[in-house]
Write a new protein. Sequence first.
Lengths: 253, 134, 585
Amino acid sequence: MTGDRLSALQVELEILRYNPETDTEPRFQRYSVPCKNEWCILDALNYLKDHLDPTLAFRWSCHMQVCGSCGMMINGEPKLACKAFVRDYTGVIRVEPLAHFPIERDLVSVADDFMDKLKRVKPYLIPAKKRSIEEGEYRQTPAQLTRYRKYSMCINCMLCYAACPEYGLTKSKFIGPAAITLAHRYNQDSRDDGRDERQEEIATNEGVWECTFVGACSDVCPKHVDPASALQQVKIASTVDWYLEHFMSWVKK
Amino acid sequence: MGEKMSRRPYVQELSRTTWYFKQPRYMRYMAREVTCIFIGAYTLILLVALLRLSQGQAQYEGFLAALQQPGSIVFHVVALGFSLYNTFTWFNVAPKALPIQIGEEIWPDSVVAIAHYVVWVVLSLVILFWAGVI
Amino acid sequence: METIKTDVAIIGAGGAGLRAAIALAEADPKLRIALISKVYPMRSHTCAAEGGAAGVVKPDDSFEQHFHDTVGGGDWLCDQDAVEYFIHEAPKELMQLEHWGCPWNREVDGSVAVRPFGGMKIQRTWFAADKSGFHILHTLFQTSLQFPNIQRFDEYFATDLLVDDGRCQGLTAIEIRSGQMRHFQAGAVIIAGGGASRMFPFNTNGAIKTGDGMAMAYRAGAPLKDMEFVQYHPTGLPNTGTLLTEACRGEGGVLLNKDGYRFLQDYGMGPETPLGKPELKTMELGPRDRVSQSIWHEIQKGRSVKTAWGDCVWLDMRHLGEKKINERLPFVRDISISYLGVDPVTDMVPIRPVVHYMMGGIHTDIKAATPLPGLFAAGECACVSINGANRLGSNSLVEILVFGHKAAHSALEYVRSAGPGNEAALAAQAEAAQAKLRALFLRNTGKESIAGLRKEMTDTMEEGAGIYRTQEGLEKTCNKIAELRRRYGDVALHDKTNVYNTDLLSALELGSMLDCAEAVAVGARERKESRGAHQRLDFSARDDSKYLKHSMAYYNGLEPPRIDYRDVVITTSPPGVRDYSGAKK
């Protein structure tokens, strides 16, 4: 609880800069930032912006790993800048905007595609029968809650899209890990009856069948949501659907 | 605050031919995928064996002799290694596809993975026993 | 300049803004709703709330109990008619969220579970592990996606309200990605822009909590109410200020001084309760203002724990055990390890009080309407006066729902009766707002740095308007803020490009914070009593004869605000003594 956590160290940051008005293409810029040992990369960026270069653009807000704003590539790995600590790196730290997304400016990515995909998978409860407030809550046991809780923890930080080569290779046609996981979250919810509607979006070539189970999404997820697991479960369930439909059509789903 | 539109998002392309060199985990993924070729090769050899068997004893013994050539042995050792790698990597990710929840508890991934290994070993023993090896 | 015509414009897409948008969309599918936010909705600071949301739902609880806990907790500065409305609507709103899919924790029988919380006499806090705000925000955001008439304007920074003919009829906003100004012409405007605690150096708030909504309304003529009441949360991590939820204590965590003594019993919150068996509304489950103030006193007496980040006390959760911590407080464990390197399962966590919430805000009536016709406000940026002088933990997540919903209905009613606006006059105002920004761009000089002014502001706020205040300190702070507001006129912009210019946004946010900070400091200087979160060393008692009133700060250009007072609405609970001792139970 004493001195050495506060000891200073000089950190070399190599940051991808891109301003569409002054740069034809992105370039790297080196900064030497005095940091405290306990700082995360976000603290270093804030120091840099306040004291060295106010023109650097990046998103951030909560500084507690929950708002999902500060996703970026740190030494080639998708990370939350508030969850990557300078003490864990040696040498020059390379900071770039999230891979696979268009760069708006500096470390700011264009998130339109991601936002469209979230909407596309119908991530809201579609109950069989709507309840009135007076009828009280849908009963849901702790075990039923456990079935989907993990998949409800996604903070939409987009790190999984930056990690997923399929998303990059398909030029963002793939609906992608977070959005499909969110669909799965509602499909797994005992209160929901909207799976058929969501399957039309996610059990498709641009949906779950684009996934080749690289597993990078789960590796980088800062909230341990495990999108790779959700996607494989969707694949299995969709396969079962197909067999039921084509070979056992007398069995009701 | 100018009226002109200054946006010009820079599109980051992922190379279709070299992307898997970008991250070690992509390389590992490719290794897992590529090694399935050796599983496929095994299957082909098995089919050839069946074909030869159907053609008569002489042909089948010729096939068995070919298996004992040094080149064949080297291939089998290499193929065994890659097949084991493929098997291990798939068993290790299997829990993601088949999570097991009992009541409120979700079983640890290791339990599901170990179950796969146990089934694998038991099946192998049954086959070896059936084949008269043990 | 592009003009966007809409029926209701909502500024801010956190919990209150989203709730308002959904209520409007449900009420009328033809209504055009513009949801404008400087960040994507999921980034709004609602996501950081951890503990939970209070609503009477269990048979052992009653509206009356929730009413008395809230009014007493607020040191009788709450408007009691607003509190009554609030507590009755609370369970309905929480139930509505359940119907929209919020993953509330459950009892074994499948009903919603509740947990104990500070200042509440009965367990009534609905929770989703220690990520309640996160789940509320995402449930609302995801639910909002099914309504085609909610048109979102993500990453648009609202700059000015447009007021013509004595009513608010729209706003201007910068589309951040292009740097282009947009004119929103609206039948009514709802501000749901959040708080302003970033005016303090040590706070739990996200970078976006700069009081832009409050300042915008204030500059347009709506008064800011009770701004001097700033809540300190007792348990922040000492280095980053990161919040460790009150649920740490609700679940049984205790506060210790350097001698391992549970010091709260020395400050009217005793006697000591058994370890791991927290009792409601006493000891560690006292209200936030009392607990924070006790820590301050303990530090003054030299019984604090010295750390590299200043004086702290211990938060001890070790006796809860790993299983319970993982189940109920997983996030707390995670962030304690990340930022401080301390695992609450095996070690005590050093904590200190940290600025957390603004009880004050844009004055609204019980219908969420401000005195400026056509302008409504809800959430932390508003002050409908349910929180009084000290908000109880888990009331704010409900406030955003109840009054977000109410603001929507009030705005809809207003829009249906209001006549058309004078488009030429509004366009001229929008042009003027743009010209003001252009001037900032075109100016070549500018001696003051944004970071420099911000540092001076946060330092003086902590020094003079912190947890304990004096006339002398407040006067110094008032003078300093007045000086900073003048110097702000000479602030330098280093970045003069259009696309995603965060230098410009920082400058605008600093302007908002300075305006709000002045309202806080002047309000505090004028309130010569101690009440709730406003504690004066020179006037240590509550003075109901003079100050059982709301302070109202009116914008006055570069001059300090004019402070006026307004009576508190008292219906059934006359001012009494706040008793958090456990003995009488």
